[in-house]
Write a protein that binds this ligand. Structure first.
Ligand code: GRF
Length: 203
């Protein structure tokens, strides 16, 4: 399948996906990197890797989320995209867009969902005193950070951790987890079936 990676910023997860997809045996092709911000650093990573990029600025659309998504949809259709990987994409998508891509859109979230949906996950994990934290790749459904879970990786929260130290430990796991989970989805090994994730070869 042809994958579009949607970003808003740094793009370190994009970098991990690019590195994994260099293997000819990787089951997905990164066919487009789309950003809602022209200044996203991740765009440069894509250009260096020779992956087509698109910028659809969300700001001019203001509250017109459907208009923004229609503009994105045109670029995705133009690139023949089958699968979307959200990677630090900081716009909430409408139910219409999410439903249109049901089972074909993944997100990575920096916590062990269902704990700590939303923002500031590392600070919240430290404040809550949890001993395990991590990251989750899930199919995207209309509820933010609520979609069925494909894969997770856990890390310890260590005494003396601050937000940055914990974030770095989680991020290293994100960079291992996302390429693996995307490969499962792209190869059909992980599928959304009846609102749950089925893992394994299709029957
Ligand atoms: C990551 O922590 C990811 O889990 C979250 O946003 C961050 C994006 O980082 N959704 P990067 O742009 O991939 O470096």
């Amino acid at each position: 399948p042809r994958v579009a990676v949607l970003i808003s910023g740094r793009g370190s997860n994009l970098g991990a996906l690019i590195a994994a997809a260099r293997d000819p045996a990787y089951p997905a092709e990164l066919a487009l990197v789309l950003s809602n911000r022209a200044d996203a650093a991740g765009l440069e990573r894509a250009r260096e890797a020779g992956i087509p990029t698109a910028v659809v600025e969300s700001r001019p659309f203001g509250r017109d989320r459907a208009g923004f998504e229609a503009a994105m949809g045109e670029r995705l259709a133009g690139a023949g995209i089958d699968l979307i990987a959200l990677a630090g994409f900081l716009r909430v998508l409408t139910e219409g867009f999410v439903t249109a891509w049901s089972g074909q859109m993944l997100n990575i979230h920096p916590s062990l969902l269902p704990a700590f949906p939303g923002l500031d996950t590392h600070a919240r994990a430290i404040a809550a005193g949890v001993r395990l934290h991590g990251c989750t790749v899930h199919f995207v459904t209309p509820g933010v950070d609520e979609g069925p879970i494909i894969a997770q990786a856990a890390v310890p929260v260590l005494p003396g951790d601050d937000e940055d130290a914990l974030a770095a430990r989680v991020l290293a796991q994100e960079h291992r987890l996302y390429p693996a989970a995307l490969a499962w989805a792209a190869s059909g090994l992980a599928r959304l079936e009846g609102g749950r994730v089925a893992i394994g070869a299709p029957m």
